[in-house]
Design a protein around this ligand. Structure first.
Ligand SMILES: [Zn+2]
Length: 258
């Protein structure tokens, strides 16, 4: 059973037809979906969705693009929700230098705090990066010296050197989104080098739909196209790769064991 480890199910284009979206996912062999949050409001939302639907699990946290908007104690409130439902990770957190460079110091502070919260609660952390991969890897490496950090670098877009750097830290897994199916993605050589044992599957729904769904809202069922692309680049069978991806997600997020 595959897991879409990253789908923002609370966007109206998905939420308004959630039943159909879940059915399509299940029909495509995707039996679990992790909905990550970006702040307190969405943390409450994904927690509620995970309680109402057996297929849905959630990650609670504050996104780097939200750190300037959060209220005092918002992270503490989010932390207090861990353990109250099917929370399998902290996130998404990380660093984003594309939208707002003025908040870099605060982003780093929130990132470190969330890594610690994750480790103290024996959970992995879901990491977003944009133009910030090297700094994010450095922080994970530093924190790894203090805590047994498990980190998922979602929507990986680095080069081969950055991939090696990332995977040199034990406990780091990565995943690719549908944009690797686009003609100009330039990611084939990176995909070729990722050991299947360190790879997770995701969509980042409703964003980054794979070919042939460009222009539509992405949804978990479309993840199969991204897996097919990875299998093609690696010269392996998509079914075999799916089995490995299924096991990786179950081992990394430990569904049902919290
Ligand atoms: Zn996301």
């Amino acid at each position: 059973m595959l897991t879409d480890t990253h789908a923002h199910l609370y966007y109206p284009e998905i939420l308004d037809r959630l039943e159909d979206v879940l059915k399509s996912a299940i029909d495509s062999g995707i039996g679990r979906i992790i909905a990550p949050a970006v702040n307190l409001e969405t943390s409450l939302k994904v927690l509620e969705l995970s309680k109402a639907n057996s297929e849905i699990y959630c990650a609670l946290g504050i996104h780097p693009c939200d750190v300037m908007k959060v209220k005092d104690n918002e992270l503490e409130e989010i932390e207090s929700l861990i353990g109250s439902g099917k929370v399998v990770a902290v996130g998404e957190t990380g660093l984003d230098y594309y939208w707002d460079v003025s908040s870099i110091d605060i982003q780093k502070e929130f990132f470190r705090k969330q890594i610690r919260i994750a480790s103290e609660n024996d959970l992995p952390v879901i990491v977003h990066t944009r133009n910030s991969l090297d700094d994010a890897v450095s922080i994970i490496r530093e924190e790894y010296g203090r805590y047994p950090v498990k980190a998922h670098f979602h929507c990986f877009s680095g080069n081969r050197d950055q991939l090696r750097d990332c995977l040199s830290i034990p406990g780091v897994y990565i995943s690719f989104c549908g944009n690797i199916t686009y003609k100009k993605s330039g990611m084939d050589e990176v995909i070729a080098e990722v050991p299947p044992g360190r790879l997770l599957s995701e969509t980042d729904s409703p964003f980054l739909p794979p070919v042939p769904y460009r222009g539509k809202a992405n949804q978990p069922a479309y993840m199969i196209k991204t897996i097919e692309k990875i299998a093609e680049v690696k010269g392996t069978d998509a079914g075999e790769l799916s089995e490995i991806l299924s096991e990786n997600a179950a081992e990394f997020f430990r569904f049902g064991k919290h």
